[in-house]
Design a binder for this molecule. Structure first.
Ligand SMILES: [Zn+2]
Ligand SMILES: [Zn+2]
Length: 252
């Protein structure tokens, strides 16, 4: 008996697109034997989200009275994280960076992971190289603790064979970028990574983080799959990302 309790580093409430209020989320996650975090969408490009610096301040004010890890999920392609003043950045226990859209040269808007088609002439293989380009930019530019759902890809290619999308070279680019930046790899329960990539991240020395990415009563605090995978690749419980021990980058 170590007294160690897992922490769900990624979950949403009604302050963005989740269905639970903050106290409801905290109670439910605790009832599952897991410590809670709130990491709502802080982005002008998510429809239900906290969308301005003033709104981020109000979000932090709202969360601070609760006994909960205070995080936020920022979109790399959005500008809000770049505008965040240091005094607000320092109030987070942890910040999460997401590639919800990827820059495609010559296209107007970044390509959303939730769009139903790829632009003409963009093959899955070409897309993946652009994806890794943006992932490297995220790692070098974004002051975040965790990369959310590292294997989330655009809908039209999401279900192609893993080995076709995730070549050794691409996986190495990802884990090298995360290692160099000191950003943790999220084992997401929602967008589940394949074991080889998690093993590669762990072997490279990248810290692992557990996240339900829960939006509903059934999802929040469900870490069974992420925890089991973390253990399978050899990670010690105490080495897993804990916002109170390893976050935030601003306070390190
Ligand atoms: Zn996300
Ligand atoms: Zn999320």
């Amino acid at each position: 008996m170590t007294g160690w309790t897992p922490i769900d580093c990624h979950a949403h409430t009604t302050m963005s697109d989740g269905e639970l209020t903050v106290p409801e989320l905290i109670e439910l996650v605790r009832a599952r034997g897991v410590r809670p975090s709130v990491t709502d969408h802080l982005s002008t490009d998510v429809s239900l989200a906290v969308k301005s610096v003033d709104a981020v301040r109000a979000y932090l004010d709202e969360l601070e009275p609760y006994d909960v890890a205070i995080g936020g999920e920022f979109c790399f392609h959005d500008l809000l994280w770049r505008e965040l003043p240091d005094d607000l950045a320092a109030r987070f226990t942890h910040r999460i960076g997401s590639l919800h859209a990827v820059h495609v040269p010559g296209a107007g808007r970044p390509l959303s992971m939730f769009r139903r088609t790829l632009p003409d002439l963009l093959t899955a293989s070409k897309y993946m190289d652009l994806h890794l380009d943006d992932l490297e930019r995220l790692a070098s530019e974004m002051p975040v603790d965790i990369l959310a759902h590292p294997t989330l890809l655009p809908l039209p290619i999401r279900n192609l064979p893993t080995d076709e999308l995730w070549t050794d070279a691409r996986e190495e680019r990802m884990v090298d970028a995360l290692f160099d930046a000191g950003i943790a790899f999220e084992i997401s329960n929602r967008y589940r990574p394949h074991e080889r990539l998690v093993q590669r991240a762990y072997d490279r020395g990248v810290q692992l983080s557990l996240g339900s990415d829960g939006h509903t009563r059934a999802q929040v605090g469900d870490l069974a799959f992420p925890l089991e995978l973390a253990k399978r690749v050899g990670a010690e419980e105490s080495s897993l990302f804990d916002p109170f021990v390893h976050g935030t980058r601003a306070a390190r």
